[in-house]
Design a protein. Sequence first.
Length: 103
Amino acid sequence: MADLTQTQWSEQLANDDNAVILDVRTEAEVSEGSIPNRIHMDIFNAGPFMDAAKKMDASKNYYVYCRSGGRSGQACAILNSLGFKNTYNLMGGFMEWEGETTV
């Protein structure tokens, strides 16, 4: 897992053809907006989160975010424990995101 600043995360993501954006916030948080082209998996729903994680392609690069960067760090650690090599945590999370968003 790598903790990336907002700038590092968005620049690396823009140049990554093997990227998957993973939003681990709650449904209520997602309803306030999200980063485009993301997959939503609420980390607070542990069972469904683990089931979905086990079905994901471990060869992809996962760019993970939450509201402030804490839960996404936990999600990266979980993915790493499942054999995912490339996980990137967005420091500051969606609260500090200045890029494109969708509602």
